[in-house]
Ligand binder design. Structure first.
Ligand SMILES: Cc1cc2nc3c(=O)[nH]c(=O)nc-3n(C[C@H](O)[C@H](O)[C@H](O)COP(=O)(O)OP(=O)(O)OC[C@H]3O[C@@H](n4cnc5c(N)ncnc54)[C@H](O)[C@@H]3O)c2cc1C
Length: 743
């Protein structure tokens, strides 16, 4: 029985009308129900949507709006910098007495949603949130000590043995929905600035030929899969040379299809087969397990909100990564010389999606063969996947990097040959995505470097010209991982090490176990408080001076801390012994920030939101670092690096962030400032390269705020210190007083 006059249903990633408990609750509570969608990508910080997901957002909102109209309602679309502001403005415009929405589980959303609840409740607005995304809420599935599970098997076994079934999907509201009064203005879908630029929008046109974001298309795809794909899923699911999986991930991410609908359709199909005497139980369970991984990703994100940034296993934070920009670029562009990896990366670029096995192989290659930090890969996939989903992305990377307690140890390496023999033996997949290799015989399609010259010539393959030689040999890759593993193992709990490991200056975090915060589902503060707990241990070591934001407000360091040792020899441009700590969290505005702290000479310094221009100058001019910089200590490998990389947001390509780091490592101090993305990765690159003295400055911001200006000031001050000494405006290297451009 409707008690209220006006209620708002706030749609986010639940863009459907059936199985939407928030919508049903609103319809049951109010006479006028207004569906609202707020486009506020900036508030996602460095994880604002990439190009492909922007395209998907546009069309899935369009279909939602159309469906609402068919039922007599109207989707109000608003643009805001922060959705809380947009929501509050709309509430005061409509006089709404209640807001209903569905849960999200990534840390940015959880913080924001709690803020929404606090704000609105203090204004006596009713706020209710619901589960529309999961079979079970993360706080429902706990071990005997009421703690979260930290292995998938234990978690999923528990889910399958829960004493109550997942909620049944709710039907779409029948009959006409309450009309939305005409005077509430709304942007049309076409009016929203979904993309940064027209060029970016135009570049997504090709996606229309590959994908149909309508929810009805997802249901049709599911039905086809139940008939053709599911029966053989047990054997075929990892085959990359055919359509062996549902490809439903983008619809699932945006909530255009309900996971509970999928779950019950599979269960129904299973029952039908059983009744007909067909045993397809294994295939059904295997498929549900895939859905289980998705559930688990949200489960981990809820209980361990730092999973997008650092390893679940503390000692894995000691991996001596190679910050090799060139290798990273080759990987991104599908130019590693390993056909399966390259085909996967090309498919990803082209359609924003690739098979899970290919994602595993490609990401494993990046982390193990190239020893590049998994966080780089996470950001890159975030930017270019059409199904980019922070929790799933993080789970994937934590898994391949050995950061989970049930993952393979860091020393484990996938056997590339076994992979292609099992999953693409005829090379169909590689031929499709790497046409340049398509004429090679099966025997060499996955290892062109082994083909005799006449075979290569016959197939039109010129290694080093139209297809690269392998970027790294399998032996060199194994050696690299073995070496890195020794470092990691020294920090592992079993080694009993408690002090710093000599040579790296790295002190392992005291915690050795996966971190388990107390769980209190009713309050967000549970994970915040727990994160603070962990953080405080090493935060004490940092000078408090540096913990303030550019706007002068104290940063509330709620989130995470990470120490990242870097190997001098593994840095790409001449070896810098650096002791850099990375810290990230939320500032007082609830924005993500990331800071790098390190030492320059004897001086501990930090540049970033925390760095006033004066600090930066002091650091540059008084610290012995500046002299060393011009004097060449950096190139000699004994100098120390201090840099900051702040809130580098990149909708298109995480490369910008990496460029910053590498530029910093290239022989000087780098300051990266990017408040928002440029139009394309290449324009971002130009920004990063337009630097002086290796000091890397970038700001693609057209929306300057005082915060951005503060950062710019800091960056300019740092530039000032370097400009005089370095010749040229390119990323380069300062060696023994001589400046050399890289490009
Ligand atoms: C490094 C890495 C990054 C990844 N990033 C993402 C991402 O951003 N978004 C994303 O949706 N998936 C991600 N995955 C998981 C997985 O690759 C995709 O979910 C899967 O390939 C989607 O294809 P599908 O819909 O045909 O899957 P199906 O096999 O048909 O499975 C059905 C659904 O189950 C879920 N699912 C399946 N496998 C996984 C898995 N391993 N982890 C989590 N959920 C799973 C997905 O929602 C999927 O749509 C990532 C995996 C790796 C290794």
């Amino acid at each position: 029985m409707a008690q209220l006059d006006v209620a708002i249903v706030w749609f986010r990633r639940d863009l459907r009308l059936y199985d939407n408990p928030a919508l049903v609750a609103a319809l049951n509570s109010a006479r006028t129900v207004i569906p609202l969608y707020i486009w506020a990508p900036e508030e996602e910080g460095q994880f604002q949507p990439g190009r492909q997901t922007r395209w998907w957002s546009k069309y899935s909102v369009l279909y939602l709006a159309q469906r609402l109209e068919q039922l007599g309602s109207r989707l109000i679309i608003r643009r805001a910098r922060e959705s809380v502001e947009g929501l509050k403005a709309f509430i005061s415009e409509t006089g709404a007495e209640a807001v209903f929405f569905s849960h999200l589980y990534d840390s940015i959303s959880m913080v924001r949603d709690q803020q929404v609840k606090d704000d609105l409740r203090s204004n006596r607005i009713l706020v209710s949130s619901f589960n529309a995304d999961l079979l079970y809420e993360p706080w429902e599935v706990l071990d005997e000590q009421q703690q979260p599970y930290t292995t998938f098997k234990a978690y999923w076994d528990r889910c399958l043995a829960m004493p109550y079934a997942p909620p049944l999907p709710l039907p779409e509201p029948s009959g006409p929905l309450p009309a939305v009064p005409e005077h509430y203005s709304s942007l049309s879908v076409q009016e929203v600035d979904w993309f940064f630029t027209r060029e970016q929008e135009a570049s997504t046109e090709a996606l229309t030929h590959r994908w149909d974001p309508a929810g009805s298309a997802a249901v049709a795809r599911l039905e086809a899969f139940l008939e053709q794909g599911l029966p053989g899923f047990e054997h075929d699911r990892a085959k990359t040379d055919r359509e062996s999986t549902t490809m439903l991930s983008p619809w699932i991410h945006f909530g255009s299809i309900s996971v509970r609908h999928i779950y019950y359709r599979v269960a129904q199909k299973h029952a039908e087969w059983q009744a007909g005497g067909l045993d397809k139980g294994r295939s059904c369970l295997d498929f549900l397990q895939q859905m289980g991984y998705r559930e688990y990703s949200r489960y981990l994100a809820f209980h361990f909100p730092f999973i997008t940034e650092r390893s679940m296993l503390a000692h894995l934070r000691a991996v001596p990564w190679r910050l090799d920009q060139d290798a990273f670029k080759a990987w991104r562009q599908g130019l590693t010389g390993y056909p399966l990896v390259d085909a996967g990366m090309r498919q990803l670029w082209s359609m924003g999606w690739c098979h899970n096995r290919v994602r595993v192989v490609a990401s494993h290659f990046m982390v193990k063969h190239l020893l590049l930090p998994w966080q780089w890969g996470l950001k890159h996939l975030w930017d270019c996947q059409i199904d980019a989903d922070l929790e799933c992305d993080a789970l994937g990377w934590q898994y391949v990097s050995g950061c989970l307690s049930d993952a393979h140890p860091f020393s484990y390496m996938i056997d590339m040959e076994q992979e292609w023999r099992r999953f693409d033996p005829q090379g169909h997949y590689v031929r499709r995505w790497l046409p340049v290799l398509s004429q090679l015989p099966n025997e060499y399609i996955h290892q062109p470097w082994k083909a005799p010259p006449e075979v290569l010539e016959e197939a039109g393959v010129e290694l080093g010209f139209n297809y690269p030689w392998p970027i790294i040999s399998p032996d060199a890759a194994r050696e690299g991982v073995a070496l890195a593993s020794t470092v990691v193992e020294r920090c592992a709990p079993s080694s009993g090490s408690s002090g710093s490991s000599s040579g790296t200056g790295y002190s392992p975090l005291p915690r050795k176990e996966p971190y388990r915060p107390p769980t209190d589902p009713s309050l967000m503060s549970s994970f915040l408080a727990a994160s603070q707990l962990e953080h405080s241990a090493w935060r004490e070591k940092l000078p408090p001076l540096y913990i303030h934001s550019a706007t002068g407000h104290p940063l509330s360091l709620r989130h995470s801390a990470q120490q990242r040792p870097m190997w001098g020899p593994s840095l790409p441009h001449g070896g810098i012994a650096a002791n850099v700590q990375h810290e990230s969290g939320f500032d007082h505005m609830g924005r993500f920030y990331g800071l790098y702290k390190g030492r320059m000479g004897q001086q501990q310094m930090l540049l970033g939101p925390a760095a006033a221009a004066a600090d930066a100058k002091r650091g540059m001019r008084q610290g012995s670092g500046s002299r060393e910089l011009s004097g060449g200590t950096f190139g000699a490998g004994s100098g120390e690096l201090s840099y900051s990389q702040v809130d580098s947001e990149s909708g298109d390509n995480g490369a910008a962030m990496m460029e910053d780091i590498s530029s910093s490592a290239a022989g000087s101090l780098g300051v990266g400032v990017a408040r928002r993305t440029g139009s394309s990765s290449s324009s971002r690159m130009r920004w990063w390269r337009r630097t002086a003295g290796g000091c890397c400055l970038a700001s693609a911001s057209s929306r300057s705020s005082s915060w951005v200006l503060g950062l710019l000031q800091a960056a300019l001050a740092a530039l000032d210190g370097l400009r005089a000494r370095a010749a040229g405006g390119a990323v380069g290297q300062c060696r023994r007083g001589a400046w050399r451009r890289r490009r």
